[in-house]
Design a protein around this ligand. Sequence first.
Ligand SMILES: NC(=O)C1=CN([C@@H]2O[C@H](COP(=O)(O)OP(=O)(O)OC[C@H]3O[C@@H](n4cnc5c(N)ncnc54)[C@H](OP(=O)(O)O)[C@@H]3O)[C@@H](O)[C@H]2O)C=CC1
Ligand SMILES: O=CC(=O)O
Length: 325
Amino acid sequence: MKVYITRNIPEAGLKLLKDAGLDIAVWTENYHQPEEELIKVLQQYDAVLVSGPVKVDRHFLESCRHLKIVSLMSVGYDNVDTEAARALGIAVGNTPGVLSGATADAAFLLMLAASRKAFHMHKEIIRGNWNFWDPTANLGLELGGRTLGIVGLGKIGFEMAKRCVGAYDMKVIYHNRGKNEEAEKAFGAVRVSFDELLEQSDVVSVHTALTPETKGLFNKNAFSKMKPSSIFINTARGGVHNEADLIAALESGTIWGAGLDVTNPEPMAADNPLLNMPNVAVLPHIGSATVDTRNAMAVIAAKNVILALGKRPLEHAVVENIHLA
Ligand SMILES: NC(=O)C1=CN([C@@H]2O[C@H](COP(=O)(O)OP(=O)(O)OC[C@H]3O[C@@H](n4cnc5c(N)ncnc54)[C@H](OP(=O)(O)O)[C@@H]3O)[C@@H](O)[C@H]2O)C=CC1
Ligand SMILES: O=CC(=O)O
């Protein structure tokens, strides 16, 4: 059986695939393989391990009819047409849970960095602008006792709440479609409407998947309901916020600051105005990028491939394997 990997993955995952006797090939160029070329290559493969922003749409899936599984090395699967995969009998796996702590760390880091203008200060030192200690300059916001509003309180949102309650005794409110009883019990989190969350939060942190419902959720209207002293954090997907509206909200003082690990498009252009705003911190989609987490993700993604090709249920399935033994 042959497995294609769309970008190099940690050795822990590669070893599992090799030990299972699978014939593997890895795209190692430092640019993403063009889609049509990838589709052509995949004619020869039984499984693809997707580590990177590959658009797995209906055309892709219909063109790769030998595929038994698309194994994502990510928890998000907004890049996959899951309906088409289900209809075509192609399993889809992902890697939830193991990356929650690392991604919440990135959200927490961005919250702090935005609140103290840390990335901007760093750039100012490099520019030679550290002149004197000024009691009225470079002032940030404190987080102690403030209200954290989480949109999409699932696994990563839970870890973010844990950090904010533990470090700053923040009050947690959240907006989900259903109740998160575990978070209500652990943090006294209170479920509120989307508008209530916008109006009451000092920090709004987005942890929902990108879906047709959440696409562009943070637009001019949403930002206009937030406090002028509030900070917007997005480590979920860039498509959840409208970038032009976010820039306008920051420029007009509608909101105070922002921290982004995800943008739309990615990569963000180097001349994006957000990169020159003192109260904004941007990271290049590195939420899960720690050694331990990436090892764990590679292991799950490899296991999902092995399980699917062995006609067994996946460890984590977005679309279950229909070829079960
Ligand atoms: N920056 C990075 O590197 C990373 C980014 N991510 C992103 O984070 C996302 C979340 O991951 P994870 O926490 O593991 O996922 P979970 O499924 O555990 O949590 C997502 C939460 O979003 C809620 N939700 C879904 N739809 C809506 C909606 N329309 N309105 C409000 N809430 C909604 C769900 O609750 P309910 O169903 O009750 O609404 C759920 O609690 C991923 O989908 C991915 O896009 C993930 C990993 C790394
Ligand atoms: O963005 C990363 C993911 O795991 O989803």
